[in-house]
Write a protein that binds this ligand. Structure first.
Ligand SMILES: [Zn+2]
Length: 275
């Protein structure tokens, strides 16, 4: 029997408070920091290898070939893995897999991909109320191409059933934060509330950068981008210094935990709550 996502959340919080790190029970796995570190080290420096590497990561974390599909668009490809909910409505959890031309794109955005894949591993054996769509977007750096292609394929009528979108972009330096300029206000406020309620590290800072939540926000879908950048992190993305050795796996691990908590809470919310 599958454990409900909300129950999983409560158990996870109890475990974290007690300092326990890994096994919730046999099927549900919360990653150890060492596993996050191991998967961060897999960041390919060549854009051509990135989609294949995301696919491998998902399969190493338990996805079968049938669980994962590639949505092909005119200019890019997105990788999609869905966990079916018992009720109506969708939550999109996304992270872009492409990188800027300089550096290895380890921070921006292999960190987001590692969090995405581990969230999928944890959530796939639970029973969410809403259907959760995990998407690795292509060509974010070329102008949000993959996320735009996804939202463009959703009809105006169907947009209403997209309750929220959580985008993960660039972690490894600081506590989780919302990239406010690309996020919708009600959902941003909710993220802060979830952090407060659970007394987890969270910060709010204004950073001017683009991210895939914009594509959803612009179509009226409540969306938020989470990141974990400090000024140091911000200064090295899109440069040759964007390398795995710059990243704190602990910070990425905290990002994963925060995102899991947020998704579990969003799963319980009314689909109209953030519109
Ligand atoms: Zn990015």
């Amino acid at each position: 029997m599958k454990r409900r996502l909300a129950v999983l959340l409560a158990t996870m919080l109890a475990l974290l408070a007690g300092g326990a790190k890994a096994q919730l029970r046999t099927q549900v796995t919360l990653p150890l920091e060492a596993e996050i570190r191991r998967d961060l080290a897999k960041a390919p420096c060549d854009n051509k290898e990135r989609l294949g590497a995301v696919k491998s990561l998902f399969s190493q974390l338990g996805a079968t070939d049938a669980d994962v599909s590639v949505a092909s668009f005119k200019h890019t490809e997105n990788l999609v893995a869905t966990v079916k909910g018992s009720g109506d409505g969708f939550i999109v959890v996304g992270a872009h897999y492409d990188k800027a031309s300089h550096g290895c794109g380890a921070v921006d955005n292999w960190t987001g991909i590692v969090i995405l894949a581990h969230l999928y591993r944890t959530i796939r054996v639970t029973a969410p109320s809403k259907t959760i769509i995990f998407v690795a977007f292509g060509k974010e750096e070329a102008g949000l191409v993959g996320s735009q292609a996804m939202v463009d394929a959703i009809t105006k009528k169907d947009r209403e059933s997209y309750c929220s979108m959580v985008n993960l972009d660039s972690f490894g330096f600081a506590r989780p934060q919302v990239l406010e300029n690309v996020s919708t206000p009600k959902l941003t406020a909710f993220v802060a509330e979830v952090a407060r309620e659970n007394q987890v590290p969270y910060a709010s800072a204004r950073v001017d950068a683009g991210a895939d939540s914009t594509s959803f926000r612009d179509k009226g879908i409540p969306a938020v981008t989470l990141h974990g950048l400090s000024n140091t992190g911000l200064s090295l993305i899109h440069t040759s210094k964007d390398q795995v050795d710059q990243i704190s796996a602990e910070s990425v691990h905290i990002g994963y935990r925060f995102a899991l908590m947020l998704i579990a809470r969003l799963d319980q919310c009314d689909c109209k709550a953030f519109r």
